[in-house]
Design a protein around this ligand. Structure first.
Ligand SMILES: [Zn+2]
Length: 330
């Protein structure tokens, strides 16, 4: 949730922490290095593995020697031409090439853009990264090649996040956020997942993710839930009719969703829940299951709602002003 929040509270315009949030960040990735078991050693009950990205062809991104993932625009070993998390262009001598990704995870905020902050001091930027890292590990264990738009505590502009999506062209992108600002108290989790308005695939992924996240959180009793009136799997459009959230709008044809799992800054009770490592792991598992079901199955998802129009312009955040790039080389 952005700094402009207080000004909007009375208008009920709450947007998630987000908006601006969906700022792209860079991160690291790991690719699957495990050798698939031979058929003779593979249990018959083993679930299908997720596809790995190609390991040949054009180099789309680079994991810098400091672990930052950056889009590659040209050059080659010894002189890569890359974009930086702040959206600048530079040359790198070193880095691990990435030729694609199965799943791009986008931990919102970072650096001096902290996002929502819980009463317990838990910052959204840290929580988003923890959950994304856990989901990345689980997805990689199942065969996927996962890239994070942000791998540490630094800013990443919306443009830089989107650039990674456009270069890597993953089949799935999930932007991980936690909400602030709410309409009312609720008798159930106020989980929200946003999809790209014109994309049936994005809508299905959002419905699957909503199901999985709601199932995880609703299992907890005694939580003081907060919600928007139109909680659920939904879209949000801007005044021009396009997707409100830049990360969804500008993802360049990549199927993307934005997750606002719970209300971190609205509810001390939800913040306490989100600070628990077991709950963070469960949220990551929910993301993992949703991605699996999206890629390997055909279920339609659920929780779809017709959103209340919320047309307030996006707040600050996600831009390059004042952005300081992390070290990319040692
Ligand atoms: Zn956020």
């Amino acid at each position: 949730m952005p700094r402009w929040w207080p000004a909007l509270v009375s208008v009920l315009v709450v947007a998630a922490c987000s908006t601006a949030d969906p700022v792209p960040t860079t991160t690291t990735t790991t690719s699957t290095s495990a050798v698939p078991p031979s058929p003779s050693t593979m249990p018959s009950t083993m679930p299908p593995r997720l596809p790995a990205a190609t390991t040949t062809g054009d180099v789309r991104a680079l994991v810098s020697e400091t672990g930052v993932v950056v889009p590659v625009y040209g050059g080659g070993p010894g002189a890569w031409f890359v974009g930086t998390p702040c959206g600048a262009r530079t040359r790198l001598r070193t880095g691990t090439p990435m030729y694609g990704a199965t799943v791009l995870l986008d931990p919102g905020h970072g650096g001096d853009e902290e996002g929502a902050i819980g009463a317990n001091g838990l910052t959204e930027k840290d929580l988003n990264l923890r959950v994304a890292r856990l989901a990345a590990a689980a997805l990689e264990a199942q065969g996927a090649t996962v890239v994070l738009t942000r791998t540490g505590d630094y800013r990443v502009t919306l443009e830089a996040r989107v650039a990674l999506a456009q270069r890597l062209r993953p089949p799935v992108m999930v932007s991980v956020h936690h909400n602030g600002g709410h309409d009312r108290r609720s008798d159930k989790p106020g989980t929200e997942t946003y999809y790209q308005y014109a994309s049936p695939a994005s809508k299905r992924l959002a419905g699957l993710l909503y199901e999985e996240l709601l199932g995880v959180f609703a299992a907890h009793d005694g939580v003081d839930w907060h919600a928007n009136i139109d909680a659920g799997a939904k879209y949000r459009r801007n005044v021009r009719g396009g997707d409100y959230y830049g990360i969804l709008r500008d993802a360049g044809g990549v199927t993307a969703v934005l997750s606002e799992a719970l209300f971190l800054s609205s509810s001390p009770s939800e913040a306490a829940l989100l600070a628990r490592p077991d709950v963070q792991a469960a949220e990551a598992s929910a993301i993992t299951r949703a991605v699996r079901r999206f890629m390997l199955g055909r279920e339609p998802g659920s929780g779809y709602v017709t959103p209340i129009p919320r047309l307030a312009p996006a707040g600050p955040g996600g831009g390059a002003a004042g952005c300081r790039d992390p070290a990319l080389e040692r």
